[in-house]
Design a protein around this ligand. Structure first.
Ligand code: GTP
Ligand code: MG
Length: 217
C-alpha cells in the first residue's frame, strides 16, 4: 500500500507520520546532549565556549511535502525518509572560525556518529557569499526493540555568518527568490565584511591571549 502524503491524505496519515517523526526528536536530543557535553568540557579545559548558541528544529510535515514536490518526488513517507536530509536540523553558532572546525572534529571522532556528507561552504562559499559548514550525520536512537540510525543536518557557522545568512534569507523570500542584481552585489559585499569581522575578531583574541600569557609569565 502506498503511503501518499498529499494534502487530502495528510490527516489520515498523520498517525503514521507522527510515529516516523518521533525518532527525529530523539536524534536531536542525542545530538544536543553530545554538543552540550563538548561545549562544557571545552569550557572546563580551555576556559572558552566554542558554542555561542544552538537551535534545533524538526521540519513540519507541510514543509516536507513542499520539499518533496520541489524535488519532483512522489509525496510518500518513504521518499521523505530517504530523500529529505534535513527533517531534523541543528544550527550551531560559534564565536570564532576555529571553533567551527573544533566542533566538526569532535563530532566526527565520536564512534557512534557517522558523518555521511560534508559541504564546506566556508572554504568554498556559495556564489551569493553564503558561508557555513554543513554536515549530514547519522545518529543511533535506541528504541525498545531496535536501533534506528537517524539522519540529522548540522549547520555550523560564526555569529557573523549567521547574521548575514538570516538577513539574506529574509531578502530572498521578500523578493520571491529573485533578488535584484544590485542587492545581490551589496549582499556579497556584506558577506565579505562579515568575513573581515571574523578575521578581525580572531586577531583580537590572539592578542588578548598573548597579553594574558605575558602577564602570567
Ligand atoms: P536544500 O537546500 O535544503 O534543498 O538541500 P541541499 O542539499 O542543497 O543542502 P545545502 O547543504 O546546500 O543547504 C541546506 C540548508 O542550508 C538550507 O536549507 C538553508 O538552511 C541553508 N542554506 C543553503 N544555502 C543558503 C543560502 O544561500 N542562504 C541562506 N540564508 N541559507 C542557505
Ligand atoms: Mg540548497
Amino acid at each position: 500500500m502506498k503511503k501518499i502524503l498529499d494534502a487530502e491524505n495528510l490527516q489520515s496519515n498523520l498517525l503514521e507520520w507522527k510515529e516516523q517523526l518521533f525518532v527525529y526528536k530523539f536524534a536531536l536530543e542525542e545530538i544536543n546532549t553530545k554538543l552540550n557535553i563538548l561545549n562544557e568540557e571545552y569550557q572546563h579545559i580551555h576556559h572558552h565556549n566554542p558554542i555561542e548558541h544552538m537551535k534545533s528544529r524538526i521540519k513540519s510535515p507541510a514543509s516536507i511535502v513542499k520539499k518533496l514536490e520541489r524535488k519532483g518526488l512522489e509525496v510518500t513517507i518513504e521518499n521523505a525518509l530517504e530523500h529529505i536530509q534535513d527533517i531534523a536540523g541543528v544550527r550551531i553558532t560559534c564565536s570564532f572560525l576555529s571553533d567551527i572546525y573544533t566542533m566538526f572534529d569532535a563530532i566526527s571522532r565520536q564512534d557512534d556518529i557517522e558523518v555521511i556528507r560534508v559541504k564546506d561552504y566556508i572554504r568554498q562559499p556559495k556564489l551569493n557569499g553564503y558561508k557555513s559548514l554543513h554536515l549530514i550525520v547519522k545518529v543511533p536512537v535506541f528504541l525498545s526493540n531496535q536501533v534506528k540510525k537517524v539522519k540529522v543536518e548540522i549547520q555550523i557557522r560564526t555569529i557573523a555568518m549567521d547574521f548575514w545568512a538570516s538577513l539574506e534569507h529574509k531578502i530572498y523570500y521578500k523578493f520571491d527568490k529573485e533578488i535584484p542584481q544590485e542587492l545581490q552585489l551589496e549582499l556579497k559585499q556584506a558577506a565579505e565584511a562579515a568575513h573581515d569581522l571574523d578575521e578581525k575578531m580572531k586577531k583580537i583574541r590572539d592578542e588578548v591571549d598573548l597579553y594574558k600569557n605575558n602577564i602570567n609569565e
